[in-house]
Design a protein around this ligand. Structure first.
Ligand SMILES: NC(=O)c1ccc[n+]([C@@H]2O[C@H](COP(=O)([O-])OP(=O)(O)OC[C@H]3O[C@@H](n4cnc5c(N)ncnc54)[C@H](O)[C@@H]3O)[C@@H](O)[C@H]2O)c1
Length: 254
């Protein structure tokens, strides 16, 4: 029996098969979960990618900046799963001007977009899913360590710092519903989101060398395993936590 046997999950953020969310969805199914995916924009692409999963799941449209999409989400997911035991938030976006060393010149409008899509949406998604989580459950988001100012990550770093804080407040407010809220802080992985960051190569070169146990930028499985573990019953007393899945880089100076 898998550690997610009987669990019903909503997994956001699948875009390609290198998406972290794709590996989470695949592992979750292998561990016994029933899942529904959401896709943003290029739905036919997401549907094609979904067919590569062990059991092709339904794909629902979700733009986390759309009140209409959020308001109807519980009903749309409910048609497929009835209820939810877990939600995965694997969503991030920042306009090009907010990345790559342009920190001092980024406009508020572009920062606002980054924060709405990458930070505030963690709360929006949690609230949208809440009516389906009557028996409690787990919400997991994807983080990039926001305790430091990194090269090129810029306003996305600020958005992730907000995500870390948002996760703690959600843990505070959803605890009474029996819902745990945690983040997985992954090291750099070669996905569409990562490739869109100008200068991302700097991370790719330095991270594996700094990591005490090494780091493979092409392997999202360690991060996906942590998500699956946090969605399972094996972290029953953990909430408001950030689990680092980065080869140990966060713990090392210089
Ligand atoms: N790749 C990395 O190095 C890395 C490291 C740590 C954390 N993360 C985080 O992991 C998460 C998943 O990213 P990924 O690296 O798998 O890249 P990805 O490009 O595969 O996924 C990003 C997802 O965000 C979705 N998205 C963007 N705007 C949206 C909107 N308005 N509404 C709904 N969805 C929207 C995209 O459709 C896409 O599916 C992000 O939060 C990212 O910041 C990535």
């Amino acid at each position: 029996m898998g550690i997610l046997e009987g669990k019903r999950l909503l997994v956001t953020g699948v875009l390609t098969d290198s998406s972290i969310a794709f590996s989470v969805a695949k592992l979750a199914q292998q561990e016994g979960a029933q899942i529904v995916l959401t896709g943003f924009g290029r739905l036919s692409l997401v549907e094609r990618i979904a067919k590569r999963l062990p059991e092709p799941p339904p794909v629902l449209e979700l733009d986390v900046t759309s009140t209409e999409h959020l308001d109807s989400l519980a009903d749309r997911v409910g048609e497929h799963l009835g209820g939810l035991d877990g939600v995965v938030h694997a969503i991030g976006f920042a306009p090009q001007t907010a990345l790559g060393g342009n920190f001092l010149n980024t406009s508020w409008e572009d920062v606002a977009t980054a924060v709405q899509v990458s930070t505030y949406s963690f709360k929006s998604l949690a609230v949208a899913a809440l009516p389906l989580m009557k028996e409690g459950g787990a919400i997991v988001g994807l983080d990039f360590d926001a305790t430091k100012a990194w090269p090129v990550y810029d306003w996305m770093g600020v958005a992730k710092a907000g995500l870390e804080s948002c996760s703690r407040y959600l843990a505070r407010d959803l605890g009474k519903h029996g819902i745990r809220v945690n983040l997985v802080a992954a090291g750099p992985l070669r996905t569409m989101a990562a490739k869109s960051i100008p200068g991302f190569g700097e991370f790719e070169d330095s991270w594996p060398a700094k990591a005490p146990i090494g780091w493979d930028i092409n392997d999202p499985i360690p991060a996906a395993k942590a998500c699956v573990a946090l969605l399972s019953d094996w972290f029953p007393a953990t909430t408001g936590e950030i689990v680092h899945v980065d080869g140990g880089v966060h713990a090392i100076g210089a």
